[in-house]
Design a protein around this ligand. Structure first.
Ligand SMILES: *[C@@H]1O[C@H](CO)[C@@H](O)[C@H](O)[C@H]1NC(C)=O
Ligand SMILES: *[C@@H]1O[C@H](CO)[C@@H](O)[C@H](O)[C@H]1NC(C)=O
Ligand SMILES: *[C@@H]1O[C@H](CO)[C@@H](O)[C@H](O)[C@H]1NC(C)=O
Ligand SMILES: *[C@@H]1O[C@H](CO)[C@@H](O)[C@H](O)[C@H]1NC(C)=O
Ligand SMILES: *[C@@H]1O[C@H](CO)[C@@H](O)[C@H](O)[C@H]1NC(C)=O
Ligand SMILES: *[C@@H]1O[C@H](CO)[C@@H](O)[C@H](O)[C@H]1NC(C)=O
Length: 534
């Protein structure tokens, strides 16, 4: 679903390469990371690497532990209060700090005198079981091991400086996760229900499917219509040229964008898709990175569109709209000038070397370099790709039918090919030829339910079709006390996780969602009432 922070490994290849961010289910992480101060001390728990010593899947077994980091905020805590377990998901614990400081966990701690703790996911941040991430070393990165960490943590966590034992059954624990971590929250509640007073999965991508072209659907539907229609038309014309096999036209097209150096048509298509959101990674921000709270997301997407629809472009820009007309029966390419100038002014300068891809070491020409992908250094991007390749899928590509915002040469196999380059078979582990989606869908897919599991989604989120409110399910979701659910109409990817330390000042549609979450959580705490035992 998406990748977070700087696509660091990508950058490492060419020192001057742009900081490409892999598409992850989680947006704005980069921003949050840079905002994050070392506000909370890192603590570690000795977590078993292998929670399933009886399972054939993990042979040969290991009985050792790894140091899993966690960070907590006890400033709102009063004795008897609940613990909010924030699931770190596909990034470092530090990049989640804002959730404790101003976001949903701050809101819930304040409302209930609770303590908030961020648990860093195994194989992310500094919570690596091994010093490298060969295919063998990654074999304990599975959904079932990850959610077992959550259960173990709940039963064993200690909080230095807090004069209370919080890991016993008398303390209500409530989970929260957004995106991939939201799915893990749902799966944890489903599997270890009795350990938790409740859990909120926000934009929880609980459904696994091999291909996910639906990522673009909300942008096509809800993006500024004039911008969308221009992009769709330009992409149709580009694909017409690609299909025609006219090398001269193709060369002219690439040169127009300043990308004549890119030999592989996929690299070219990927590069010009970045402003909209390229499959798997992109260096600037897109629809997914918009946010309701001022300064918390990025307006890049609207800047891009405003270039494409500029009503009074300079002649040098306007002229580009006709530069390729001779290849398309004289038709105007409305908005192409704005598109080209945005790519040239905003994207290309990110590649400081100016070597856009004449060799595979160029900034935008890496996607076909197998040895780049096979680098086994620990990195969140690599861990995320591993999960994508083994259990989650959701390879993004152009839709098979209908309008598209990206060239159709970017079909799902284009991204899936990286799996085999990245994870060469080891002695104890080899990745499946296609992800084993059942490892995700066995928990219920978009119909996942568990008592005390609340699911909240955003109506214009690019990931919504992998969530409880997915259109694919064809169902209208009606909330109940047992299975609380909430759809934020007009909401993006886990927008409820953002807060501004004053609910009253929030826009109505966010405030109401936060109040619903507070009510839901308070009810769970009351129901737990100290009587629960496990
Ligand atoms: C990982 O590296 C550290 C520091 O170099 C070393 O102490 C440790 O033994 C290594 N662990 C493994 C499993 O190789
Ligand atoms: C629970 O927390 C207490 C106090 O922080 C600690 O002494 C104890 O070892 C923990 N229990 C388990 C099972 O780890
Ligand atoms: C810790 O809590 C216990 C029981 O609530 C109390 O008796 C004790 O004085 C507290 N200790 C400190 C150092 O606050
Ligand atoms: C085009 O995008 C750039 C970069 O984001 C922005 O500064 C500029 O205002 C945009 N131009 C138009 C005409 O919207
Ligand atoms: C592919 O990437 C590796 C680094 O991962 C680099 O050393 C190598 O030069 C690249 N290959 C080509 C042909 O550019
Ligand atoms: C919260 O926002 C409301 C509405 O904007 C405002 O009246 C109030 O003063 C704010 N409260 C605080 C503590 O800033």
């Amino acid at each position: 679903m998406l990748l977070p922070a700087g696509f660091a490994a990508f950058v490492a290849l060419s020192t001057a390469a742009p900081s490409l961010r892999r598409r992850s289910i989680d947006p704005t992480l980069e921003k949050r990371q840079s905002d994050a101060e070392p506000a909370y001390e890192a603590h570690v728990i000795e977590q078993p690497i292998d929670h399933f010593p009886q399972s054939k899947r993990y042979e040969p077994h290991l009985s050792t532990t790894f140091k899993q980091r966690y960070f907590f905020d006890s400033s709102y805590y009063n004795p008897g209060g609940p613990v909010f377990l924030y699931i770190g998901g596909e990034t470092s614990g530090e990049s989640r700090f804002s959730n404790l400081q101003t976001g949903i966990i701050q809101i819930l701690m304040e409302a209930t005198n609770g303590l908030g703790v961020i648990l860093e996911n195994r194989y992310y941040g500094e919570s690596y079981p091994f010093n490298a991430s060969t295919t063998d070393e990654l074999r304990f990165l599975t959904t079932e091991q990850t959610i077992a960490d959550n259960a173990y943590f709940r039963q064993h966590a200690t909080f230095l400086g807090v004069n209370a034992t919080l890991n016993g059954s008398e303390t209500p624990w409530i989970m929260y996760g957004g995106s991939l971590a939201g799915a893990q929250t749902a799966f944890t509640l489903k599997t270890y229900n009795s350990l938790f007073a409740g859990g909120i999965g926000s934009s929880a991508t609980t459904y696994a499917t091999l291909e996910y072209p639906q990522w673009y659907d909300p942008i096509i539907k809800y993006g500024p219509s004039d911008c969308i229609s221009r992009i769709v038309d330009i992409v149709d014309k580009i694909d017409q040229i690609i299909e025609s096999g006219d090398e001269g036209a193709l060369g002219a097209l690439k040169d127009l964008f300043g990308l004549g150096a890119l030999k592989n048509i996929g690299d070219f298509a990927q590069t010009i898709s970045y402003p909209i959101g390229g499959p798997m990674f992109y260096p600037t921000n897109t629809w997914q990175e918009l946010n309701w709270a001022p300064g918390r997301g990025s307006e890049d997407f609207y800047q891009f569109c405003s270039n494409v629809t500029n009503p009074s472009p300079p002649a040098s820009v306007a002229d580009i709209d006709t530069a390729l007309s001779k290849y398309t029966n004289g038709e105007l390419w409305a908005g192409l000038g704005g598109y080209v100038s945005y790519v040239k002014n905003t994207l290309l300068p990110l590649c400081e070397s100016g070597d856009y891809g004449s060799t595979n070491e160029g900034c935008f020409g890496l996607s076909q370099n197998a040895s780049y992908w096979s680098d086994t250094a620990n990195s969140g991007d690599r861990s995320y790709l591993y999960t994508t390749c083994t259990e989650m899928g959701a390879f993004i590509g152009a839709p098979k039918h209908g309008p598209s915002l990206i060239s159709r040469v970017l079909h799902a196999p284009y991204t899936q090919q990286w799996c085999k380059w990245a994870f060469i078979p080891g002695a104890h582990n080899r990745i499946p030829s296609s992800p084993n989606l059942q490892e995700t869908n066995k928990y219920g897919g978009y119909n996942v339910q568990a008592p005390k599991l609340a699911l909240i989604d955003g109506g214009v989120d690019v990931w919504v079709d992998l969530c409880y409110h997915s259109h694919i399910s064809g169902k209208t979701r009606i909330s109940s006390d047992l299975h609380p659910s909430y759809l934020i109409a007009g909401g993006g990817h886990h927008w409820d996780s953002t807060g501004i330390q004053n609910i009253t000042a929030e826009p109505d549609y966010i405030r109401e969602a936060h109040l619903w979450e507070i009510r839901t959580v308070k009810r769970w705490i009351e129901e737990w009432g100290g009587k629960a035992a496990y």
